[in-house]
Design a protein around this ligand. Structure first.
Ligand code: FPP
Length: 250
């Protein structure tokens, strides 16, 4: 059965010192490589190494959900060679890492429109998800061929097919059809690489998420950088629409 969480707009979620759910746009791989006169894909390869470190760092800090934007619906617009190499990297990462993830209690989820990926990649994703399904230490969600607008539209269309006679869709009903009904909404969003944009990431789910932007390029984003982001989160006053005074009274 799918575990459902309250929506931040429907109810005030419980506060926690360590973010339960961190969502990251891993930007800056290309620039990292360019600075070293290396091909862009070398930056992506280094980026995969950081993914491994970040999973470990999140486990150590008690974070329950880590969600990574690995490939957006718009990334197909990149040069074909770069897209191909990224796909090869995903395949390699899945082949190499799923066993280790399983040993470490990591549950893998991959969300997005997977129909455009080739059969080998889809098979590795299905096997990786099935192998790690029962793990509870950390859920790693990789967003691949994902877009926030795609997610919302897909949820609406799937709901409509399931309820052909219903006229009105409620927030709660929609939430169950989005691609991560098993996760609470992210507490902390991190974007590396200096840009200050959401770039069609989790548009619905980020409604009350604390946003953190850093110039650090993803291949340089280490556990210490994660701690700086978490420290910034811990200083924020999460009001969810209430006043500061109300928070002090409670
Ligand atoms: C953005 O950097 C990064 C990407 C589009 C790809 C991110 C993918 C990885 C780090 C691999 C993840 C793998 C797994 C298995 C989760 P950019 O290329 O836009 O950098 P730039 O802005 O410096 O050009």
């Amino acid at each position: 059965m799918i575990k459902r969480f309250f929506s931040s707009t429907a109810a005030v979620p419980e506060a926690s010192q360590v973010p339960r759910h961190i969502a990251i746009i891993m930007d800056g791989n290309g620039r990292w490589a360019k600075k070293r006169l290396m091909p862009r894909v070398a930056g992506h390869a280094q980026g995969v190494e950081r993914v491994r470190d970040m999973v470990q760092a999140c486990i150590e800090r008690g974070v329950e959900h880590l969600t990574l934007f690995a490939f957006s619906s718009e990334n197909w617009r990149r040069p074909q060679d770069e897209v191909n190499r990224l796909m090869e990297l995903f395949v390699m990462a899945l082949e190499r890492e799923v066993g280790k993830m399983h040993q470490n209690g990591v549950r893998l989820k991959v969300v997005g429109d997977l129909s455009r990926f080739d059969a080998r990649l889809r098979e590795l994703i299905a096997t990786g998800e099935a192998t790690t399904e029962g793990n509870e230490r950390l859920t790693l969600t990789v967003c691949a061929n994902y877009g926030g607008r795609w997610d919302i539209l897909n949820a609406v269309n799937t709901w409509r097919k399931a309820h052909p006679d219903s006229q009105e869709l409620s927030e709660d009903a929609l939430a169950g059809y989005l691609s991560m009904p098993y996760a609470p909404e992210p507490d902390l969003f991190i974007r590396t690489g200096g840009e200050k944009r959401i770039s069609n990431f989790l548009l619905w789910q980020l409604a009350y998420t604390e946003l953190y932007f850093t110039d650090t390029l993803w291949p340089d984003f280490d556990a210490q950088a994660l701690d700086t982001a978490i420290a910034s989160y811990q200083k924020r006053e999460r009001r969810f629409g209430r006043t500061s005074e109300q928070l002090q009274e409670s």
